[in-house]
Every structure is written in C-alpha cells, then in structure tokens.
Design a protein around this ligand. Structure first.
Ligand code: ADP
Length: 158
C-alpha cells in the first residue's frame, strides 16, 4: 500500500524550511500532500490560490508531491485522502511543545494516523513564515529564505 503523508500548514508563504522538510521526506513516503488548512485563526497575508501556485511551482516535476487545501479537522482530511501519516517540522523547543500538543490531540481523535517529525536542518531553524512575511511587507529582500521559484521570488506586495 502507498505510504501517503499530509504536510499541513498555513505556508504563508512557503519557505526554504518547508521545502527542505518535504524533500527530506521523499525517501520516507510515496506521496506527500502539502495541504493548506483554511480553517486556522491565522489570517493569511497571501491569497490561498497564490500560495498553492507557489508550492506547485517549487515541486514542478516532482511526482511524489501534491498540493491541496482543506477545511475542517486535519485528521478528517487525512482520512479523506487515505493518508496514514502527518508530517511536521521541528525547529525549536517551542515548536516541540506546540507540535506535541497537536500531535497528541490528533492521536486521540484518530488512532490510525501517526505524526512523523523531522528536525529542521540547522541552517533553516531560524526561518519562519512570519519573519519572511515581515520582510516582504516592508519591501526587504526575502529571497534567501524562499525556495527557488520565480513566481514567489519576484512577487511584490503593493
Ligand atoms: P502552521 O500554521 O501549522 O504552524 P506553518 O506553515 O507555519 O504551519 O508550518 C508548517 C510546518 O512546517 C510546521 O510543522 C512547522 O513547524 C514546520 N516548519 C516551518 N518552518 C520550518 C523550518 N524553517 N524548518 C523546519 N520546519 C519548519
């Protein structure tokens, strides 16, 4: 049976840290669905359609990656797409506490779904979507933190 993992997040925007987690997971799963949750409290700076396009461009040609969005509980979305795994990244101890709570609650909601954590590569442990967003909002150069996708790198907030 195919090993399907969902990598859920806001991806507002998708950074080199996110990309690294997905690429490192290639050897663990047959399919990785990068799924943008639409029900979070967080208001996205970038429109959902644009966030999806950017991620699609990053993995253009990588057949293992699919890009999607969902409403509702992440575990329900996993069941809908037959994913037995949730993929998450860990940068810091703060991430760990946050992720631990979500993973344990998800485990109670759905026993059959395992959350798999990958520790951030050291060079990406300070990269956060929030910081990248601030840089872009203020017209700074966020390229060092963005994947090699032209659409994303040339995007300007007006
Ligand atoms: P959320 O809104 O769920 O926090 P994010 O888009 O911020 O979603 O992040 C999605 C996942 O990617 C989370 O597990 C987060 O810890 C992880 N992540 C974010 N940035 C990095 C990074 N630089 N290195 C490794 N993992 C990261």
């Amino acid at each position: 049976m195919d090993k399907i993992a969902v990598f859920p997040g806001s991806f507002d925007p998708f950074t080199i840290g996110h990309e690294s987690i997905v690429r490192r997971a290639f050897s663990l799963f047959d399919t990785i669905i990068v799924a943008i949750g639409k029900n979070t409290e967080k208001d996205g700076l970038f429109p959902l359609s644009l966030r999806m396009e950017w991620i699609q461009e990053v993995f253009h040609g990588d057949k293992q990656v699919k890009v999607d969005s969902y409403h509702g509980l992440t575990v329900d979305y996993c069941k809908k797409v037959n994913a037995a795994y949730l993929l998450r990244g860990l940068r810091t101890a703060a991430d760990f506490e946050y992720e631990r709570a979500i993973a344990q609650i998800n485990k109670t909601l759905s026993k059959e779904i395992e959350t798999v954590f990958l520790l951030s590569n050291p060079e990406y442990s300070s990269v956060t979507s929030s910081i990248v967003k601030e840089i872009m909002k203020h017209g700074g150069d966020a390229k060092p933190f963005l994947p090699n996708s032209n659409a994303l790198k040339t995007f300007k907030i007006v």
